[in-house]
Write a protein that binds this ligand. Sequence first.
Ligand SMILES: C[S@@+](CC[C@H](N)C(=O)[O-])C[C@H]1O[C@@H](n2cnc3c(N)ncnc32)[C@H](O)[C@@H]1O
Length: 328
Amino acid sequence: MSPDPAHRLYNALWQIYHRPQPPPPPYGAANFPWDDPDFSERMLRQHLDQSHGAASRPQAEIFRLVDWLWDKLSLHEGSRVLDVTCGPGLYAVELARRGCTVHGLDFSPAAIRYAQQMAADAGVTERCSFELCDVLAMDAPSARFDAVLLLYGELATFTPDEAANLLRRCASVLYPSSKQCPGGRMVVELLDFEHIDRKDNTWWFADDSGLWGDSPFFHLGERHWYGEQNLSLEKFHIINLETGELHEYTLADQAYPTDTMASMMHEAGFEQVEIYPAWGNVKLYDAGEWVVYLAGKVPGVAENVTTQPNAREGPRLPMDDNPEPDRL
Ligand SMILES: C[S@@+](CC[C@H](N)C(=O)[O-])C[C@H]1O[C@@H](n2cnc3c(N)ncnc32)[C@H](O)[C@@H]1O
């Protein structure tokens, strides 16, 4: 017979009491449940909440960043953009509104559903598509892009090996440069290594709705900094007060000094890595916490995939292949 809620609650509290200290670093991926359907619905509400930037930035800031990207990436009507971990498509749809052809990838079901609806509402579905997929499990690419975006620090949630691999795949989907045209470029946004919070910390709060549940819960959180690995780990212990169940989630953030990230990008097949602390001073609530890397593709590198002969004129995008698009 399964224990009653009071008994589960009792067990949950002892489990937390006996947790290993410091929390062991996650070997491999942490288990933040972005792709869980219920969690993704609750996370979507955070993405869209204009009072904070916990999941996505407020719309006014996104417009400013799209202006910046437009300028720095020399985007124009018809530019092809891939948004890796696009969330609810807030950048992608705005770029499509301005004339780009955009494809977004994310594994949050609620975010992708929202992005598709937003593209339909904006009347840009013919040049704005989204795909529910794990970007770490992308298939060999066939489409080519002028720009690849990887925004809001998401690269840091992957292990260094996964991140290096993902960067290589991003390089492989960019247009190579030719005598006539500069090659495609990639933008990576990461937390600024100098400003990362390295203090261990614990906190708690109780609520009955929000990201962590839609019935009364306790949230007990702790953060630990692993200096040797430059890794920040957050553990969230969520106790459902109605059922007594305990759910534990881990979010790991790998921190990269700027020279380390620049080297990783070179190794992945990029050149001329430009570094913009604080987004080059775009007006953002938390600009100082971020650093942006902008790099071009090294000619001839990461071309281990089929390139279409007339790629510049008209590569097939994943969205061209509906209903079963090529996956990256
Ligand atoms: C902090 S949000 C940022 C979303 C978007 N770039 C923005 O700024 O509005 C991170 C996103 O990464 C997605 N994500 C995390 N890991 C992923 C993976 N392995 N494959 C696909 N998407 C992933 C999450 O679902 C989430 O939508």
